[in-house]
Ligand binder design. Structure first.
Ligand code: ADP
Length: 387
């Protein structure tokens, strides 16, 4: 028997709120009820500073729903209170102000649920190819590369969108100089536009400074909405700026999003490459083609004298690409113009389109499109097996 959202809400209406004044449903604390084949996920909004103290409330709610016929797995998540005035049609907005507010057993439970969510690789109507830009760790320039690649693709004449799935640290509003909030048409959000790109980012819905720890399944739910409940229109390419790392959330995302391929960004030194290798393996595990590896912050070029120095080493990503057998898409130097333009909301591909740096991004964009064509051709060809 399939349990309904209403049955879950009726059940939760029996759970008293924090100060026993009323039940958690009447108090408007419950949101984001998701039901999927006996698995139930919902969030309970509480004042962020009381998250730890209210853990028994979370447990009580979970146990209460668990008793319903047809329910075999429940995850209740405490979320920090949403600020009044936030435009937030996204179903759950789970925020935690402290990482410590999440007890380890819950983390394990959430990751188990993330792993259990069925693989739904249905395409997104209107979008021809979805490309993930990923990195094994943060701070390697993944978002800067994503946005400049997207603009490079636009220059080639394609219709391009960018989805900032870096839910832990969304940076597209800053990188693309956007301060507006998206309008909604019922449940469907209208993407914002910048420099001809269609853009959707979690950063449009929450403040940049808000520290957030997103629970695995909630990340997926938010991502699914940002992907499928946005009026993208017709796009040749949607670039997905992935969250850094290779945890459960990233793996599930790689599984859920119908990706044409993935681009991995790394800095040249060993330690970053170890992380990049993990990213690469993650995509391989879910059979997403690796379109190529990019070495960012490759050589430092001094803006005053033009002298080159290899601050983080040089050539590591090329060697890595060769050794693991994936295409190498090229090197982006560490240059002040890339940083200042990016962080100033005017990516170098638009602010200095004829600069050597902009040309590097455009060349890489062209290579990526070519790789997708090769991958598509390979997928379309019948496999001939000689015995
Ligand atoms: P990530 O998305 O991997 O966390 P970002 O794209 O936010 O990384 O980049 C981190 C910082 O490094 C930003 O300040 C950005 O402007 C800067 N940056 C990225 N790539 C370069 C580059 N090639 N040269 C100079 N600065 C860069």
């Amino acid at each position: 028997m399939n349990v309904t959202e209403q049955q879950i809400l009726d059940r939760l209406a029996k759970v008293k709120g924090p100060d026993l004044s009323d039940n958690i449903v009447s108090l408007g604390m419950v949101s984001g009820v998701l039901v999927d084949n006996g698995k139930v996920i919902f969030s309970i909004n509480v004042p962020a500073e009381r998250a730890q103290e209210l853990e028994p409330l979370r447990l009580a709610a979970e146990q209460s729903v668990n008793k319903l016929d047809g329910v075999d797995h429940v995850i209740a998540v405490l979320t920090g209170e949403r600020k009044a005035g936030d435009v937030s049609p996204v179903r759950p907005a789970p925020t935690f102000d402290q990482a410590s507010a999440i007890p380890p057993p819950m983390q394990a439970q959430a990751s188990k649920a993330a792993a259990e969510i069925p693989n739904q690789k249905a395409g997104v109507p209107g979008i021809k190819s979805i490309i993930a830009v990923a990195s094994g760790k943060g701070g390697v320039g993944k978002s800067t590369t994503s946005v400049n690649l997207a603009l490079g693709l636009l220059k080639i004449g394609l219709k391009v969108g960018i989805l900032d799935a870096d839910i832990y640290g969304p940076s597209m509003p800053r990188l693309l100089g956007i301060s507006d909030r998206p309008s909604a048409n019922g449940r469907i959000l209208n993407p914002l536009e910048s420099y001809g790109l269609k853009v959707m980012s979690m950063g449009f819905l929450v403040e940049e400074e808000t520290p957030m720890i997103w629970r695995g399944p909630m990340v997926i739910s938010a991502l699914t909405q940002m992907l499928r409940e946005v009026a993208w229109g017709e796009l040749d390419v949607l670039i997905v700026d992935m969250p850094p790392g290779t945890g459960d959330a990233q793996l599930t995302m790689a599984q859920q999003v119908p990706l044409a391929g993935a681009v991995i960004v790394s800095t040249p030194q060993d330690i970053a490459l170890i992380d990049a290798r993990k990213g690469l393996n993650m995509f391989r595990k879910v059979e997403v083609p690796i379109l190529g590896l990019i070495e960012n912050m490759s050589t430092f070029i001094c803006p005053s004298c033009g002298e080159r120095s290899d601050i983080f080493g040089h050539g590591g990503a090329r060697k890595e690409a060769e050794s693991v057998g994936v295409p190498f898409l090229g090197e982006i130097p560490l240059h002040i113009d890339i940083r200042s333009n990016s962080d100033g909301g005017t990516p170098i591909t638009v602010s200095a389109p004829d600069s050597p740096h902009a040309k590097i991004y455009c060349t890489m964009a062209g290579q990526i499109i070519e790789r997708i064509r090769v991958e598509n051709d390979a997928a379309a060809k019948p496999q001939i097996i000689f015995e």
